[in-house]
Structures are given as structure tokens and as C-alpha cells.
Design a binder for this molecule. Structure first.
Ligand SMILES: Cc1ncc(C[n+]2csc(CCO)c2C)c(N)n1
Length: 226
């Protein structure tokens, strides 16, 4: 019998494939990514993670048992102090101060993505919240694993740290925990409820793609007016 997360993956298969082929992602793997795009991405991703971490705090309050509640609290801590350390280290190499990093003006896509996730987190069930955040952890792990297989990618002077972080065992376990939790929460749900979860998963998968595109083109707003 196939699991709910397998169904989700089938739904987004072609979209995720396009993500793996995106010039930003390919450029991280073969080292061809312009450093300016990476710098732009890192700044947007830092403010993205500030919002993302809040979502784990909300998840902790919505958890149905103590172990899950505690795990979400630990995830918030890990995002703020492990994942974001990667960004702070890159910022130091770029000569950007922590304050400057934190003051990054949000791009349209980063704002739309985090606003959507936080809306689902505040207004939806725990299952909805997990379906909306899953593409983030899961697709980064898939990308990290794919890039780590490219010769020299994990040792690249600039992008090696990124590749090693997202292909790490630690991130793999985290993604797997969220996948298992999604399957557990989907159990016994009606088709109408599952369709809502699928919609969130598809929407944030689209936003993940748009985030790569935004970073690659260094787009703040998709209009001329500033
Ligand atoms: C746009 C964007 N999407 C996904 C991630 C990856 N990510 C964000 S939080 C998290 C798990 C907890 O730390 C992971 C793997 C990112 N950095 N930026």
C-alpha cells in the first residue's frame, strides 16, 4: 500500500524535477553559480529562516503529544542556532555584519512564501502545517544528496559548506521525521481533508521553485515600481 507522502511526491514529481534542473541549483553543484546570486540568496534565506523558525514554535503548541511538542521546540532551536549559523558564517566571509543580514529587505517571493506558511500555521490544523512545511525540509535534503554526488561539489571553496550542510545525516533525519509525521497525521483522514493537505504541499513546492528563480534573477519585486 502506498503512503500519503508517496502520493504527495507523485503529485509534484515534474515540478521537483525542474527544481533539480534550475540553473541556481545546478550552479551550486558545478560551481558555475555567480557569487552575487549566492550572496543575494543567502540574505533572503536568512530572513526567510527567521519567519520559518516561528512556525516551529506554533507547531509545538499544536502538537498532540509531549514528544512531538518537544521535537518541534528542538527544531526551532536547530534552525536558529545551527542552520542560520551557516548563513552567518557566509555573511562574515562576504563582509556583511549580522545586523545588515537581519535588516535584509524582503523580496516579494520570500514575503509571499513565509506569509503563506505562517497563515497555514496559525489558521490550520497540525496536519496542514506539516504539509505546508514539508517541501522545504524534504526538497532541500533531496537537492543536498544530489549535489553531494557531484565530484568536487562538497569541497567547493564557496558552495561546499552549503552542500555538506544540506546533505548531512542531521538534515536527512529531520526530513524523514517530518515525512513520517505527515503519514501518521494523514491516517484516517477523509479524501476532502487529504486534498487540502495536497494543495498546501503543492503550493509551497511551487514557492520553493520560485525562491530559486528569485535568487537567480536577484528579483526583489516582479514589477518596475519600487
Ligand atoms: C527557501 C528555503 N527552503 C528550504 C530551506 C531548508 N530548510 C529550512 S528550515 C529547514 C529545517 C529546519 O532547520 C530546512 C532544511 C531553506 N533554508 N530555504
Amino acid at each position: 500500500m502506498s503512503t500519503f507522502t508517496q502520493r504527495l511526491l507523485e503529485k509534484v514529481g515534474p515540478l521537483w524535477e525542474r527544481k533539480y534542473q534550475h540553473p541556481f541549483v545546478r550552479g551550486l553543484g558545478d560551481g558555475s553559480l555567480p557569487i552575487e546570486s549566492f550572496r543575494f540568496y543567502m540574505k533572503q534565506d536568512y530572513v526567510y529562516l527567521i519567519e520559518y523558525a516561528k512556525m516551529f514554535a506554533i507547531a509545538s503548541t499544536k502538537a498532540h503529544d509531549l514528544a512531538t511538542s518537544s521535537r518541534f521546540a528542538a527544531l526551532q532551536e536547530a534552525t536558529l542556532n545551527f542552520e542560520m549559523d551557516l548563513h552567518r558564517q557566509y555573511a562574515a566571509r562576504f563582509g556583511i555584519t549580522r545586523e545588515e543580514l537581519e535588516q535584509t529587505k524582503p523580496s516579494f517571493v520570500m514575503l509571499a512564501y513565509t506569509s503563506y506558511m505562517l497563515k497555514v500555521a496559525h489558521q490550520g490544523t497540525l496536519a496542514e502545517l506539516v504539509s505546508a512545511v514539508l517541501p522545504c525540509a524534504w526538497s532541500y535534503w533531496e537537492i543536498g544528496k544530489r549535489l553531494a554526488r557531484i565530484e568536487g561539489a562538497a569541497e567547493h571553496e564557496w558552495y561546499g559548506d552549503w552542500v555538506r550542510t544540506y546533505s548531512s545525516e542531521e538534515f536527512g533525519q529531520l526530513a524523514q521525521w517530518l515525512i513520517d509525521l505527515m503519514d501518521q497525521l494523514a491516517e484516517g483522514k477523509s479524501e476532502a481533508e487529504l486534498a487540502i493537505l495536497e494543495e498546501h504541499f503543492l503550493n509551497t513546492s511551487r514557492m520553493e521553485y520560485l525562491f530559486w528563480e528569485m535568487a537567480y534573477t536577484e528579483e526583489m519585486w516582479p514589477c518596475e515600481i519600487n
